[in-house]
Design a binder for this molecule. Structure first.
Ligand code: ATP
Ligand code: MG
Length: 464
């Protein structure tokens, strides 16, 4: 044994007999080959690791058998052949390396699927057996089962990867939340704008209602005075005719000349023609002003006390149409196809708001080519009598994906600043409050039809 530890750590053949006992008793699986690759040692630990008995192995060259499917050199064979590092690496790619402890020895790690049922990871090192002149006369290989470490390492590696994946997922989640928050923030500021806007609209509405109320009185007496004035003028004309006839009977003289001069100066004939025309035109103007005032009053109906009111919907639709006529008149013809509607119990100004949103949407959906907006109303009998209003347009229509989202708050396909995407969601809320339904039927390129169905009666005592 002294030689083993003398100049280098390689074994010498002379030591073999002495190490046999140690070799067999060693808990480390090991085997040795002679220079002809014949197995000369196969210890007990090796038997139990490989499942191959020493008696079956010693004297053969079957060292590959426990490890591989087909014959090939094991590390100990390569050492006997004095293989170069490059050759050894070809057999054990990625893991073969020179041993740090023994200069002429190599070590490697590999997985052996045939060792036991699940396979084993082995760390093995082989070193040459030298004679006293340092000639290689064989080799010895020791094996170490590192499956547990490998499994642990792999688990650790996987845990690491999992951790990385988790970190990546969390980061993505955080980024997503951040994006969501940014979006919510944008929405909030848009709601704020919308609130400011609707606040403004509400005050404009109140102002309009106030102005309408103020104008209503004077326009009332202008209208009634105008009627009287027309009667008076007709009478004056009759009187004038009589004067003209009398004038013809006057004998020539300064009185008759004076009549003629004044008549010509004031162009009496023209006045007699023009006065009735002007009266008619002015009457039309007054009637229109009265209508506008009435529409404003109807639209901003004073139902802020939010009480259900019995109302005929046609009047609200007409006043709404008048109010949005500027949005509509250059884009579409409006067809009113009204059925016979009973009064219904509702919040009129809110329904007007809904109808206005639908009409404006319809007008906005119509492109440069003039289209048609049809407003159809009907009453349907049945156990729960109801009425419906349809607003159809010959506009762009909507895809199924768009239709699925139109009632979502803030959903809009319109340019920034053009639409807030609140019109239909507000409409939906108001119709819900009325225990009604709003549905849509739309075909791309053909147009859309929105239908509102409303019950005639609201449930008793419903606070809406
Ligand atoms: N008659 C219609 N024809 C085609 N698309 C429509 C029609 N009505 C609504 N839409 C679609 O539904 C979307 C949502 O409508 P909604 O009235 O809620 O919002 P908006 O009109 O975009 O904006 P806002 O009404 O707040 O000004 C519109 O952007 C549009 O894409
Ligand atoms: Mg809209």
């Amino acid at each position: 044994m002294t030689d083993v530890t003398s100049t280098d750590t390689s074994l010498r053949t002379g030591d073999l007999p002495e190490i046999t006992g140690y070799f067999n008793g060693s808990p480390v699986p090991a085997f040795a080959l002679d220079r002809h690759h014949t197995i000369i040692k196969w210890n007990k630990a090796c038997e139990s690791m490989t499942g191959m008995a020493a008696s079956a192995m010693i004297g053969t060259r079957d060292q590959w058998k426990p490890f591989y499917d087909t014959p090939r050199p094991v590390l100990a064979d390569l050492i006997v052949d004095g293989a170069t590092e490059a050759t050894i690496s070809q057999y054990y790619p990625g893991s073969a390396q020179r041993s740090v402890l023994m200069p002429m020895a190599y070590e490697a790690v590999a997985f052996f699927p045939h060792l036991t049922y699940e396979g084993k990871w082995l760390h093995f090192s082989a070193s040459p057996l030298l004679d006293h002149d340092n000639n290689v006369i064989g080799s010895m290989e020791i094996l170490q089962d590192v499956t547990k470490q490998r499994v642990a390492e792999e688990a650790l590696h996987r845990a690491h990867e999992d951790l990385e994946v988790q970190v990546a997922q969390r980061t993505a989640e955080l980024l997503r939340r951040n994006a969501e928050l940014t979006e919510v923030n944008e929405r909030l500021s848009s709601v704020q704008q919308q609130l400011v806007q609707s606040d403004k609209l509400a005050s404009i509405g109140q102002l309009a209602a106030g102005v309408a109320h103020e104008i209503n009185n004077p326009i009332g007496y202008v209208f009634s005075n105008f009627g009287t004035l027309e009667t008076y003028l007709t009478k004056l004309m009759v009187m004038l005719d009589v004067y003209e006839q009398a004038e013809e009977l006057l004998s020539a003289g300064p009185v008759r000349d004076n009549f003629k001069v004044v008549r010509e100066r004031i162009e009496l004939d023209y006045l007699k023609e023009d006065i009735p025309v002007m009266m008619r035109e002015s009457m039309e103007g007054i009637v229109r002003v009265r209508q506008i005032v009435q529409d404003l009053k109807d639209f901003s109906r004073a139902d802020n006390q939010m009480e259900w009111q019995w109302i005929n919907l046609h009047r609200g639709i007409d006043s709404t149409l008048n109010i949005v006529s500027n949005e509509v008149k250059y884009k579409a013809d409006v067809v009113r196809d009204y059925g016979d509607l009973p009064d219904i119990e509702c919040l009129p100004s809110q329904l007007n708001q809904v109808i206005m949103n639908l009409i404006v949407n319809a007008a906005q959906a119509i492109g440069p080519v003039r289209g048609t907006i049809t407003i159809r109303t009907r009453c349907s009998d049945g156990p729960d009598p109801s009425v419906w209003i349809e607003i159809s347009d010959t506009g762009s229509g909507m895809s199924a994906e768009t239709q699925a989202r139109i009632f979502d708050p803030f959903f809009t396909t319109k340019a920034i600043g053009k639409g807030t995407g609140l019109g239909l969601s507000m409409a939906y809320g108001i119709i819900q409050k009325h225990h009604g339904q709003i549905t849509v039927d739309s075909t791309i390129g053909t147009g859309s039809t929105f239908r509102i169905t409303l019950p005639i009666h609201q449930p008793a005592g419903d606070p809406h």
